[in-house]
Design a protein around this ligand. Structure first.
Ligand code: KG4
Ligand code: ZN
Length: 348
């Protein structure tokens, strides 16, 4: 079985082709990603410009992905696309394109939740994680901790009560003058800094798995206002600020993971989403797994940020689980407050 996936929820247009290689196992034949770098001129993603770029990119990328995969549209059985959450105009481009293509060529069409794409992206590497699995999703739009029991049962244990982890990286980066996107820039500066130089606070949400990053962001702002009233931070001071901020984010995330590992007996831990590209965070999660004797699955960089391979894989697992074509499906901008990720009630 060959599956085609299309992702267009934000500023990456991506198309992937997967081939089934076993039960709930696939091989990625191609995963082409076109990143809209021009948004950095505006300090963040401009939705209208993003939609226009997706329109220009989607058809050439479908052709390129099929060519790279060494296959043709005729051989594709299932077409999948991101339905949400994301920027609605951007989503509509990839989603309607995929739906029309499936309708015209009489293929199965499976709408995919972008976050579910991230959740199962740990399966895109060589080895397969085992359920039950604890998954930390950290991206520009979401921070979630989930207990995943199967491809169709998962429970949201915690989420962000304010900013997402990637959003915190992006906002602090802008605040200290490093620009957008913040994650990779902060990581680079942090490499030369001392993480213990500035004791930025990590907010404690008692007894819950939720995260909060807005207090940390405000603490960085107050620190900058106090020490640099002119708002000019000398180059030599940036590494310590970046390293101390990054350390605080990692502490907040790892604390929840450690706490959850005490409460739930899982076989695997997975770190996914754009922020999973952060090297010290990858190392911290890997170390927790080692200490607790739990296997750790962190996707390769290509599958951390937004990509269509994870969308195709999620669509494939839904299809394998009995979900059929859904041409009635619509795009949606945000995760529902309730009714998603509440399938299991905590106990195993
Ligand atoms: O998953 P993603 O590509 O898009 C969303 O679905 O949001 O995540 C993008 C986020 C951005 O906030 C970016 O700053 C962050 O991932 N990011 C990183 C790193 N690389 C990307 N954050 C920390 N360290 C990195 N190396
Ligand atoms: Zn994402």
């Amino acid at each position: 079985m060959i599956v085609l996936g299309i992702e267009s929820s934000c500023d990456e247009t991506s198309v992937a082709v997967l081939r089934e290689s076993g039960e709930f196992e696939t091989e990625v034949l191609s995963n082409v990603i076109s990143s809209q770098d021009f948004h950095k001129l505006f300090g963040g993603v401009v939705p209208e410009l993003s939609s226009r770029a997706h329109i220009q990119q989607v058809l050439p990328l479908v052709k390129e992905a099929l060519k790279k995969a060494g296959t043709t549209l005729e051989e594709v059985e299932v077409i999948t696309a991101t339905a949400g959450p994301g920027l609605i105009g951007a989503l509509l481009v990839g989603f309607m394109f995929a739906k029309s293509l499936a309708l015209a060529t009489k293929k199965v069409f499976i709408p995919v939740n972008h976050i579910e794409g991230h959740i199962f992206s740990g399966f895109l590497g060589g080895e397969k994680p085992e359920f039950p699995m604890l998954v930390l999703v950290v991206s520009g739009g979401h921070s979630l901790l989930l207990l995943v029991k199967s491809f169709t049962e998962f429970a949201r244990l915690g989420t962000t009560v304010d900013d997402a982890a990637g959003e915190a990286f992006d906002k602090v980066s802008k605040l200290i003058g490093l620009g957008y996107p913040g994650g990779p820039k902060i990581q680079r500066y942090a490499e030369r800094g001392n993480p213990l130089a500035i004791p930025f606070p990590v907010s404690e949400l008692k007894g819950r798995y939720d995260f909060s990053f807005s207090g940390l962001k405000t603490a960085v702002l107050r620190y900058v206002e106090k020490h640099y009233p002119e708002r000019h931070i000398p180059e030599q001071d940036l590494p310590n600020i970046a390293a101390s901020f990054q350390y605080a984010v990692i502490r907040a995330l790892t604390r929840s993971v450690k706490r959850a590992l005490k409460e739930y007996r899982v076989k695997s831990v997975s770190l996914v989403g754009g922020v999973a590209a952060n090297k010290p965070l990858r190392e911290a999660i890997a170390e927790i797994g080692n200490n607790q004797n739990v296997r750790v699955f962190i996707p390769g960089f290509e599958f951390c940020g937004d990509n269509a391979a994870m969308i195709a894989f999620r669509g494939y697992t839904l299809y394998k689980s009995g979900y059929g074509s859904d041409f009635e499906a619509e795009t949606f901008p945000a995760l529902p407050e309730a009714g998603w990720g509440e399938i299991v009630n905590g106990e195993q």
